[in-house]
Ligand binder design. Structure first.
Ligand code: XIL
Length: 329
């Protein structure tokens, strides 16, 4: 009998997985055994929930929420405001030209109010704004239609609308490259200024799309300390450990090497050691998937290249990483 990952870390944080309509079927036994939180990989994104103005499509998202409720799991909501996977109609009027600030804010409010109220009390945390910070030096916010049309307070507005719709949900700012020192400082500055203005923000989501070398454990620790110093809760929201570095475009591997698997186990052990150490601040650790039979990394950044980023292999059997992580719980 394989010990349950969620049981092992019960005293520390929830263990979550991103799911989609297919993995909800193919991985359901694994999910029920090891995980006590789920996130919709795509099904709660803007374009999925409101593809046409005023026409909401909740079927797939509802199914996920029902699955979670039936199995005593929590749900993390992902995501309300993002530059990707948001339909074109949102930013245009009937003639196809850009809408004004008031119109876009009214549409944002309508969407957030509808979605957040529907799942009120069922979603313990929302990624309210996703990836708004720029990766380029000398630029705080990423160029986007939100920023263009509304101005930089689109972020504060999103949090206010979400809070009004479900005052008990924890509201998060979520981003990647969250442990890279330069971007870390920008995220810190954004969150600090939101907090100073009294915006209802409760946490920082560290996406944690990591690999065998990057980021360093020291940089991750530094990021955790920095965000926690703002009094924010921390959620690890999209954890995966790619066996390839980002710049590595090789396509020849059909299975991971023993060396990769050993290194991956070492990395996972270090990460969970760190999460445990900071479990006063970290109360949710979500993987961006569950087992190696399916990961978004199978087509990103190299199309059609297999990756093996999780604790469970393609047949849902524990990898060395799983045993090492359970060991230190
Ligand atoms: C990804 C999904 O996994 C893919 O299926 C989709 O095609 C693109 O989005 N950061 C995020 C997630 O916040 O929403 C992204 O999910 C991965 C990167």
């Amino acid at each position: 009998d394989i010990p349950k990952l969620q049981e092992a870390f019960k005293q520390h944080f929830r263990i979550g997985a991103a799911v989609n309509p297919i993995t909800l079927n193919t991985q359901s036994e694994l999910l029920k055994h090891h995980f006590n939180s789920v996130t919709a990989e795509n099904e709660m994104k803007f374009e999925r929930l409101q593809p046409v103005e005023g026409t909401y499509t909740f079927t797939a998202a509802d199914r996920l929420v029902d699955f979670a409720a039936a199995n005593g799991m929590g749900v993390r909501g992902h995501t309300l405001v993002w530059h990707n996977q948001t339909p074109q109609w949102m930013f245009e009027n009937r003639e196809g030209s850009a809408v004004d600030r008031e119109t876009l804010l009214a549409r944002m409010q309508a969407h957030i109010e509808t979605v957040v109220s529907r799942y009120k009390g069922m979603i313990y945390a929302w990624d309210v704004v996703n990836e708004a910070i720029s990766d380029n030096s000398g630029e705080l916010l990423r160029p986007s239609k939100w920023l263009d049309i509304v101005g930089e307070d689109f972020i504060a507005k999103a949090f206010e609308f979400a809070h009004a719709a479900d005052p008990k949900a924890l509201l998060f700012y979520n981003d990647y490259n969250e442990s890279v020192p330069e971007k870390r400082e920008k995220i810190y500055e954004l969150v600090r200024s939101l907090k100073e203005k009294g915006v209802p923000i409760h946490g920082v989501g560290l996406q944690a799309h990591w690999n065998l070398e990057h980021p360093s454990v020291d940089d991750i620790r530094e990021a955790i300390e920095r965000y926690a110093s703002l009094g924010m809760k921390l959620h690890i929201t999209e954890l995966d450990v790619s066996v390839f570095q980002f710049e590595d475009r090789r396509t020849d591997l059909t299975e991971p090497t023993d060396e990769m698997l050993a290194r991956q186990a070492e990395r996972y052990r270090q990460f969970f050691q760190l999460f445990k150490e900071y479990s006063e601040h970290i109360d949710s650790v979500t993987f961006w998937g569950a087992a190696d039979d399916y990961t978004w990394l199978d087509h990103f950044p190299v199309r059609g290249r297999k990756n093996w980023p999780f604790l469970f292999d393609g047949n849902h059997r524990p990898k060395q990483s799983l045993w090492d992580v359970i060991d230190l719980a």
